[in-house]
Design a protein around this ligand. Structure first.
Ligand code: ADP
Length: 237
């Protein structure tokens, strides 16, 4: 892992919905630099712009003004095809809901991705990274919510993306299963070197981050480095 390498940079990034007095300003000018290999937690109240930023960095949404770069690729200059190619090559997404295919086993859900990726892990490798090596042939209905989320994480990382973007990955889970999910994300960050973003409402989760970015009203209210990064297994919420 190259600790000093900048992977993302944004300058004056804005996103507005609508125009005039009724306009909603989801992002009001975000300047952010992110280094490769870090685990970032994005904190802040609902509606403060966290998902909007993540979606722009992930190439799922477009900014209204300002610029965003992934390495030397200017995301804000790409057309839809360019964004699709960028997402396919470089980004894994994890959302609050797992979106697994009910009629496929854990292994087969991951295989859907590994069959079409360029240099994928095997489904077994990806599922072992999230601690599910003994659940390969289970169907989603036979797995707990936390286990299903870990299958979704294995599916997201199996193509070896440089970046894993997680929007409220523990939002639907109790604390014990949530911590297992966070531990899986931590393992991927440490062992594979993937840059990981986690959006959460839960300030305790920030203790496992290298960097904590706090949002308020469409802007970054603070951005700091944790002096000591705590293991997810030690979190209590
Ligand atoms: P967070 O992730 O912090 O909860 P979001 O980025 O989802 O915040 O939303 C930021 C603001 O943008 C909110 O006020 C939200 O209502 C608004 N917003 C998000 N998506 C849309 C949309 N498609 N149309 C209009 N407003 C939106």
């Amino acid at each position: 892992m190259d600790e000093g390498r900048v992977i993302y940079r944004t300058a004056g990034l804005t996103k507005s919905y609508g125009e005039g007095p009724a306009a909603v300003h989801a992002l009001r000018g975000v300047d952010l630099t992110v280094h490769a290999g870090e685990l970032l937690v994005l904190l802040g109240p609902s509606g403060s712009g966290k998902s909007t930023l993540l979606n722009i960095l992930g190439g799922l949404d477009r900014a209204t003004s300002g610029q965003a770069w992934f390495e030397d690729l200017e995301l804000t200059a790409l057309d839809e095809d360019g964004l699709t190619e960028y997402r396919r090559r470089s980004i894994g997404f994890v959302f609050q809901f797992y979106n697994l295919i009910a009629s496929l086993t854990a292994r087969e859900n991951v295989q859907l991705i590994t069959d079409i990726a360029e240099d994928p892990m095997t489904p077994e490798e990806a599922l072992a990274l999230v601690g599910l090596e003994d659940r390969l042939d289970h169907f989603p209905a036979q797995l707990s919510g936390g286990e299903q989320q870990r299958v979704a994480i294995a599916r997201a990382i199996a193509k070896r993306p440089q970046v894993l973007l997680c929007d409220e990955p523990t939002g639907a889970l109790d604390s014990k299963t949530g911590i297992r999910v966070l531990t899986a994300l931590e393992t991927i960050n440490r062992e594979v070197g993937t840059t990981v973003f986690i959006i959460t409402h839960n300030a305790v989760i920030a203790e496992m981050a290298d960097e904590v970015v706090r949002f308020a009203d469409g802007a970054i209210a603070s951005h700091g480095r944790n002096p000591v990064r705590r293991s997810a297994t030690g979190l209590e919420w």
